[in-house]
Design a protein around this ligand. Structure first.
Ligand code: NDP
Length: 322
């Protein structure tokens, strides 16, 4: 009977997830998650959404029979989960299955930022090694660094484990201290930034972290400072970051996420001391397949057993009707 359940899939979606949804449910396509595109048939039939994209309160309101939003990815700041909870709509995400991949990417980005591996490879490939000789020594190093993690959650912990193996001390800031964790806790982000020279941001997006990394935090990080962002672009005051990079307030930045993706501010693109990636933290076939499976497993569990596998905290108390 799952074949009769209509699942709305906005825009382009993961191929493996689409294949599984088609095998199990009735997939309904919509160009994007825009309430203006919702048809009468969708209003009547749609009971779930599976999506990469954000789902607004207005989109939820446009679908009176919506029970579940299966969001693809662990960060769900673009889904209005508070509104969903009020309307008794369950929201699920895909935690854990991407943690190690994102931590690997973070270390790659950090190393690339301090040791300029991308620029050095270009030096080899464009013939400079033959024409001009050795690539200049890197200005920065990972050696002797003290790392601060802003957001010691699932991914933060996986990054910290890797940094320990690199022989680097790690401290962190969350709103709450993590019980039983030996790394030094700082109750404020500014306190953390003052104590370290390398700051890795891996907090969720949303109002509580909006532009948290601003001019004051970057000044606290200091002239030898390296800032890495693998969390969300909204967490950073990008003009302040570009200014700090240009003035030498900090030394370098490695960014996988931006405030207005896929648009990257010109000042960050042109800065000689940035390493920039197009939001590829979890982007391998291996990990995206695991995320797709968890996304669809949530749909299957909800409609066959009336319970989600990985509900987001805002909707843990939402109950399936009937
Ligand atoms: P978790 O929920 O496990 O960890 C988030 C951590 O951030 C928690 O320790 C939380 O602690 C802390 N935090 C949240 N809000 C604040 C705040 N306002 N101030 C200080 N600390 C805060 O999430 P994950 O580790 O699984 O994922 C983290 C984020 O990484 C995702 O939300 C997503 O945005 C991003 N991400 C990016 C990817 C990429 O491709 N670049 C891929 C995957 C994830 P506390 O509640 O105590 O404050």
């Amino acid at each position: 009977q799952l074949h009769s359940v209509a699942v709305l899939v906005p825009g382009h979606f993961n191929d493996h997830a689409v294949e599984r949804i088609d095998r199990t449910f009735r997939r309904v396509k919509i160009e994007r998650a825009d309430p203006a595109l919702v048809t009468d048939e969708m209003r009547r039939d749609v009971r779930a959404i599976a999506s990469f994209a954000g789902i607004s309160a207005a989109m939820m309101d446009a679908l009176p029979n919506l029970e579940l939003i299966a969001s693809f990815g662990v960060g769900y700041d673009s889904v209005d989960a508070v509104h969903a909870a009020k309307k008794n709509i369950m929201v699920t995400n895909t935690p854990d299955v991407l943690t190690e991949e994102v931590a690997d990417t973070t270390i790659g980005l950090l190393l690339n930022t301090v040791r300029e591996l991308y620029t050095a490879e270009k030096w080899l490939r464009d013939g400079s090694w033959v024409k001009k000789g050795d690539y200049p020594l890197s200005r920065l190093t990972l050696r002797g660094r003290h790392v601060g993690i802003f957001g010691m959650g699932r991914i933060g912990l996986a990054i910290a484990r890797r940094l320990e193996a690199f022989g680097l001390p790690v401290a962190y800031h969350n709103r709450r201290k993590v019980e039983g964790l030996a790394h030094q806790y700082h109750p404020t982000l500014k306190g953390l930034a003052e104590a370290v020279d390398t700051l890795i941001s891996v907090v969720p997006g949303g109002a509580s972290t909006e532009k948290a990394v601003n001019a004051e935090i970057l000044t606290a990080l200091g002239a030898n400072g390296v800032f890495v962002n693998i969390g969300r672009g909204s967490t950073v005051d990008e003009p302040a970051l570009a200014a700090a990079l240009a003035s030498g307030t900090i030394a370098a930045a490695g960014l996988d996420v931006f405030a207005d993706e896929p648009n990257v501010p010109k000042a960050l693109l042109e800065a000689p001391n940035t390493s920039l990636l197009p939001h590829v933290g979890s982007a391998s076939h291996h990990t995206r397949r695991a995320m797709a499976d968890l996304c669809v497993d949530n749909l299957v569990s909800w409609f066959s057993e009336r319970r989600p596998l990985t509900p987001v905290p805002e909707t843990v108390n939402v109950k399936a009707a009937g």
